[in-house]
Design a binder for this molecule. Structure first.
Ligand SMILES: C[S@@+](CC[C@H](N)C(=O)[O-])C[C@H]1O[C@@H](n2cnc3c(N)ncnc32)[C@H](O)[C@@H]1O
Length: 298
């Protein structure tokens, strides 16, 4: 299966779909969420779906109400304008990679296989994991492992990488995993390795920058009463989403007007983050870290 959608029911309910509305799924993937949106739309409804990975094309439905945009969602408003759409009634983002990415050895996202150190969601982009490992300064490597991987021994890992690449440039996952293994105790080896891979993937795909751009544009393109639903899998992403909904900026700084009032463009629909039920996690363990936030345009 290409991808099992996370928090499907909760997300669709949160979008509060109007049958004749216009919706955007900015992370189409296997099309599970998109399919559920289409099933709630009437004849006049429209769905635009973005994915930067051309592999997702195979999942596109034959449906007149559906338009696929093979692009990064950081260009959301430009592409909507190109398709003659000024405003939409709902935006869904289910961030990160799909199971398809993790299960395809040659894409290089998983340490379960010995593929190239690639990790690009967009196969036409320049930066790969190998380029980062072979060229970034030691300090920049340490920062990305600390920030995106939340690894406490980020500095030592970065130093080891820089020492190892003097002998031989990194090309394959197996070489990289061998260099890192001594850092992680047996019990937590998989967890820590997953954090290292996550950090590299976030950097390769500039995921934090894309999310920032998406949040800013969502406010411009949503109709009043329109809904924004974001599923994130990493605490940095969730913090960014939470701050933006609360304050209108990613730092979470509450800005007051002349009268001391805080006015924000979005209002949280769920104050508490929505996480998968135990049955969902059991059926689909990859949904474990999913966190859903829903907001409404004021
Ligand atoms: C978690 S999967 C989405 C799965 C989807 N909700 C489903 O039901 O199958 C994330 C998808 O979004 C795509 N993606 C991630 N970041 C993106 C970005 N900045 N722009 C466009 N597509 C992106 C990935 O290529 C991947 O296919």
């Amino acid at each position: 299966m290409y991808h099992e959608p996370a928090l499907l029911q909760e997300t669709i309910e949160g979008l509060s779909i109007k049958p004749d509305g216009t919706y955007v799924d900015v992370t189409f993937g296997g099309g599970g969420h998109s399919g559920a949106i289409l099933s709630r739309l009437g004849k006049q409804g429209k769905l635009f779906a973005f994915d930067q990975d051309e592999d997702a094309l195979v999942n596109c439905p034959e449906d007149k109400r559906f338009t696929f945009v093979r692009s990064n969602f950081r260009y959301l408003s430009n592409f909507l304008r190109y398709h003659g759409v000024a405003k939409v009634d709902g935006i869904l983002a289910d961030l990160g990679v799909s199971s398809h990415h993790l299960d395809e050895a040659e894409r290089g996202f998983s340490f379960r296989f010995d593929g190239q150190l690639d990790m690009r969601m967009n196969k036409q982009s320049e930066l790969t994991a190998a380029k980062i490992l072979n060229n970034y300064e030691e300090e920049d490597l340490a920062d990305l492992f600390f920030l995106y991987g939340e690894l406490r021994n980020a500095r030592r890992i970065a130093k080891t990488i820089v020492t190892a690449r003097r002998e031989k440039a990194f090309e394959r996952i197996s070489d990289f995993v061998e260099v890192l293994k001594p850092f992680f105790g047996k019990e937590k080896q998989k967890q820590d390795m997953a954090r290292v891979f996550q950090a590299l993937r976030i950097e390769v795909n500039h995921e934090m920058d894309a999310l920032k751009a998406l949040l800013k544009q969502s406010v411009e393109v949503l109709n009043p009463g329109g809904r924004l639903a974001i599923i994130s899998y990493h605490s940095l992403e969730d913090r960014m989403v939470k701050n933006f909904i609360r304050s209108g900026n990613i730092e979470g700084k509450l800005e007051k007007d002349f009268f001391g009032r805080v006015s924000t463009a979005l209002k949280a629909v769920n104050n508490k983050v929505i996480t998968p039920r135990a049955e969902e996690v059991e059926a689909n363990p990859r949904s474990r870290s999913a966190k859903l936030r829903i907001a409404e345009k004021v």
